[in-house]
Design a protein around this ligand. Structure first.
Ligand SMILES: [Zn+2]
Length: 240
């Protein structure tokens, strides 16, 4: 089993992506092999492609790949699937686990498009006061921001809900436990600690969000995490 990437978690700092958002990087979106599960004809959707060579990207590569693609099975699992995969190279991933092996029936699929529209996006490091108020909100669900903090939060989400990358974050309590499904991982099938690579809400792209279909306007975040032990990418969604 190849190890995908070695991202030093200590290097993660929290960043935001600013609009217009955000299903690709500045460059052309590379094609990936391995994004269609065996015995199916419906590929995963690319939600975000991180350019690890971007100095502002908090996720770092060990040099073996330049990009980190964040894939999600939008047409599987009736709106709540989980996928785990390894990034083998800049042209190939390997699906290690998919909660639902067959895609949903066509008229029950949560999105209708074969792939999401793409546009370039820019990663911007959060300012101190932005990071602080988001961290307070993470740490305490009952936290009440004051007027000044509220203004900061509103400004952060002025164009769309925030896509957050990296950072020393905790999963929301309703995410439940995370289990690594990589049979070669020493923590296989056990609950584990993960680093959050990114959380991505269903944001508009190029001014439109109708392609999100059933997810459109929903209070949901697509979470992408990294097993600390084997670097498998673990993706699921969490209702807000
Ligand atoms: Zn693992």
């Amino acid at each position: 089993m190849e190890k995908a990437l070695a991202w030093p978690p200590a290097n993660l700092s929290r960043s935001k992506i600013v609009g217009p958002v955000a299903c690709g990087s500045a460059g052309p979106v590379p094609g990936y092999r391995g994004i269609t599960p065996p015995h199916a004809d419906t590929p995963l959707h690319l939600l975000l492609l991180l350019d690890l060579a971007d100095a502002d990207c908090p996720v770092k590569s060990d040099g073996s790949t330049r990009y980190l693609p964040l894939f999600y099975p939008l047409k599987y699992g009736g709106g709540g699937p989980e996928v785990q995969y390894a990034v083998l190279s800049d042209t190939e991933v390997r699906i290690l686990y998919l909660s639902d092996e067959a895609p949903d029936a066509e008229d029950h699929q949560y999105v209708r498009v074969a792939q999401l529209p793409s546009c370039p996006a820019e990663i911007l490091p959060l300012r101190y006061e932005e990071a602080r108020i988001l961290a307070f909100g993470d740490a305490d669900p009952y936290f009440q921001p004051d007027k000044a903090d509220l203004a900061i939060l509103e400004e952060l989400e002025r164009e769309h809900p925030l896509i957050l990358i990296g950072g020393d974050r905790r999963l929301p309590v309703n995410a439940g436990g995370v289990v690594c499904r990589n049979p070669d991982c020493e923590f296989y099938s056990r609950h584990l600690l993960v680093d959050i690579i990114a959380s991505i809400p269903p944001v508009p792209v190029n001014g439109a969000d109708d392609f999100w279909y059933e997810y459109r306007g929903g209070h949901v975040d697509f979470y992408f995490c990294l097993c600390r032990y084997c670097h498998t990418i673990i993706a699921f969604n969490v209702a807000g």
